[in-house]
Design a protein around this ligand. Structure first.
Ligand code: KG4
Ligand code: ZN
Length: 339
């Protein structure tokens, strides 16, 4: 089934075409409008989506080497995300669904991230049930994935998400937004043991996360230093902070493996782009034989291929959304799952 995916939940306007799990095109326009503000400005995001959506969808169709009449279904993110931003993608998807007389399927953005690991696997879908750590700017969840729509929540963050810990930490260190890539670059050559930052949930007998204490520890650590000292020790501080986040993620994944006896774990969401995390996952795989898998970089951060893949799985199972589907800015996959 040829499915067009559309993603506009935050600051990326994205469209992709998939055919039976094969990704024919994956186009992402990242909005640069927000950089001067140190975070996403919702009104600017909606306007940029309006500007970008038509050319991005045209490009996705052209790159896929198909005509618009070849599309058999349209999958679109309907939440969670920024209301105005979601509305641009959903309206477009509904119009296309009506104009081409093809089914519409609304996809939870976080469910899309869960499916990102099927991208780049030549259309193969194997390995269910498996575990999935979902680490993005707004979410840190550990799931057991049994199949499309069948997700059991094993653990979640009690406060900040891992990406949020990177973003807030970077702001405290005076680094750019988004904080993850900025801390990763600042940490190059730094000593990860230089500051002994806390790893709050380490060793706890559940799969939950907590990052707010780490952020506070960084704040107090920086308060003791002047600007010059901070600049001089930036690589060591950034490497130590990054190590605390990565250690916590690894510890919780190990706990989930132990709890479920599942030996396949996917990692998804924007934080999966982190080099240190990827190195540690590779080490873990080599040392234990646990299949710790992460997607190619382009499918880690927000993209529409993951939305198209998740949507296609639902459409192929005979599901579809009504044209009355509305946006759901606070949609929570966790609310539909067993916990
Ligand atoms: O999944 P995503 O693109 O958007 C959301 O759905 O939130 O994730 C964005 C998050 C941001 O917090 C960003 O700082 C983080 O992913 N991120 C990274 C890296 N690249 C993006 N965190 C650590 N290291 C990176 N290289
Ligand atoms: Zn995302």
């Amino acid at each position: 089934m040829i499915v067009l995916g559309i993603e506009t939940s935050c600051d990326e306007t994205a469209a992709a075409v998939v055919d039976h799990g094969h990704i024919l095109s994956n186009i992402v326009a990242s909005q640069m409008d927000h950089i001067p503000y140190g975070g996403v400005v919702p009104e600017l995001a909606s306007r940029a989506h309006e500007r970008n959506i038509t050319p991005i969808i045209r490009e996705a169709i052209a790159k896929a080497g198909i005509q618009k009449h070849d599309i058999e279904g349209v999958a679109v993110t309907y939440g969670p995300g920024l209301a105005g931003a979601l509305a641009v993608g959903l309206s477009f998807a509904k119009a296309l669904s009506q104009a081409l007389d093809i089914p519409l399927i609304g996809v939870d953005h976080m469910e899309g991230h869960l499916w990102a690991n099927y991208a780049g696997r030549d259309g193969k879908r194997d390995g269910e049930p498996h575990l999935c750590l979902l680490v993005s700017g707004g979410h840190t969840h550990l799931w057991q994935v049994n199949g499309p729509g069948e997700y059991i929540l094993l653990g979640r963050t009690l406060d900040d998400a891992a990406g949020e810990a990177f973003d807030k930490g970077a702001r405290l260190m005076g680094l750019a937004y988004p904080g993850g890539p900025a801390i990763q670059e600042a940490a190059v050559g730094g000593d990860p043991k230089f500051v002994d930052f806390p790893r709050p949930m380490l060793g706890k007998d559940n799969c939950d996360f907590s990052f707010s204490g780490l952020k506070t520890a960084l704040l107090y650590y920086l308060r003791k230093m002047n600007d010059q000292e901070i600049e001089f020790k930036m690589a060591d501080i950034a490497a130590s902070y990054q190590a605390a986040i990565v250690d916590t993620l690894l510890d919780r994944m190990q706990k989930a493996v132990k709890k479920t006896n599942l030996r396949k774990i996917f990692v998804a969401g924007g934080v999966t782009a982190n080099r240190e995390l990827r190195v540690r996952l590779d080490q873990w795989r080599l040392e234990t034989g646990i299949e710790a898998i992460y997607p190619p970089l382009e499918y880690c951060t927000d993209n529409a291929a993951m939305i198209a893949l998740a949507g296609a799985a639902h459409l192929e199972a005979g599901e579809k959304s009504s044209l009355n589907l509305g946006i759901f800015p606070n949609l929570s996959l966790a609310d539909h799952a067993r916990y």
